[in-house]
Design a protein around this ligand. Structure first.
Ligand code: MRU
Length: 334
């Protein structure tokens, strides 16, 4: 099972990106013809989700090299600067750099970008199986945050991929998904993907999650990741840390689902993960209308770090690590 909508479509002389800012009201594609177009689309959140921005950036490099065989460095720098937290972006650019350095062949570079996209789907299907096996055999009730589905990846999804696979196996009876302030990735995108697949979900405001866990049984909180440090500390959408604290307080287990490209063993722990902060207007305005007093300053970090000790399971295409530690993750990824 995976969503029929294709968020990233490679058309050889341009890249078509489903403009996720308009969903679910409108399905419209942006046409990116240069690495600058791709970097702008990533920065503006037209394409978002850690694996998806890595895939888009890889295609951005192909567009750059088609226009100028000496354009690798400049395009790489521009794409790398488009969003700071998701390490999949750097991971994809470095993989493309190795490919270009060894062959200096644009067709081979294009094939590498296509492989990154295809492999992401394969990894998600594998993680779906591995993560689903951790859930109860039936009647599981799970909570997820942000959007980690087909829209955020090469297909199927990470955390949402586990939910899709587990639902297909008959393990899940109810999904809950947060709306995910301020961009509403949960309300606009996750609810949309789940409903398209006929998976029962209930939408809640981010602030209702602790109340939900207090009043109702939640077996697992299942989230994706933008960067996992060497010790297992995990950066993900703002609010993930609060979910992990609430899960621990209420006996729900906490699962992080991410492909190997999301691990950054160069970051010793979460303190060294760069956290993106976005403009005040994302909080003080809604669709062009003010929702806060004129001149109100905001604090708008869009990711937070969940410490490893609050994580019960890390699911990667290479395997599952329970109660992550630096040693266990080094054996998995190193
Ligand atoms: O700001 P976004 O929408 O790019 O944030 C996305 C997330 O935080 C996801 O949970 C993460 O990238 C994993 S997606 C498979």
């Amino acid at each position: 099972m995976s969503s029929a909508v294709q968020p990233i479509v490679w058309a050889r002389d341009h890249l078509r990106l489903l403009d996720q800012r308009l969903l679910p009201a409108e399905v419209r594609y942006l046409e990116c013809r240069s690495p600058g177009d791709v970097a702008d689309a990533i920065h503006a959140m037209a394409v978002r989700g850690a694996p998806a921005i890595g895939i888009a950036a890889a295609y951005g490099l192909v567009l750059a090299l088609r226009a100028d065989r000496d354009g690798f460095d400049a395009a790489e720098q521009m794409l790398a600067a488009s969003r700071p937290t998701a390490v999949n972006l750097r991971w994809a650019l470095e993989r493309m750099r190795r490919q270009w350095a060894s062959h200096r062949d644009i067709d081979a570079l294009e094939a590498e970008a296509v492989a990154i996209q295809r492999e992401d789907l394969e990894q998600n299907l594998r993680m779906g199986e591995l993560g689903a096996a951790l859930l109860p055999d039936r009647d599981a009730r799970v909570l997820t945050h942000c959007n980690t589905g087909a829209l955020a990846t090469g297909g199927h999804g990470t955390a949402l991929g586990v939910i899709r696979s587990a639902y297909a196996q008959g393990r899940i009876s109810q999904v809950f998904n947060t709306e995910t302030r301020p961009w509403l990735q949960g309300a606009r995108l996750t609810a949309w993907e789940l409903m398209q697949d006929g998976i029962p979900t209930r939408l809640l405001v981010d602030g209702a999650a602790a109340h939900l866990m207090h009043r109702q049984r939640i077996d697992w909180v299942i989230v994706g990741a933008d960067r996992i440090a060497a010790n297992g500390d995990t950066a993900n959408k703002i609010g993930t840390y609060a979910l992990a604290l609430a899960a621990r307080a209420h006996g729900a287990r906490f699962m992080v689902v991410a492909p190997s490209g999301t691990f950054d063993l160069r970051c010793a722990d979460g303190a060294s993960i760069p956290i993106e902060e976005r403009p005040d207007e994302e909080l003080t305005m809604y669709r062009g209308e003010p929702v806060a007093p004129a001149g109100c300053r905001a604090f708008n970090p869009v990711f937070d770090v969940t410490p490893a000790h609050l994580i019960d399971a890390v699911v990667c295409e290479r395997g599952v690590v329970l109660q992550p530690t630096a040693d266990k993750l080094a054996r998995l990824i190193g």
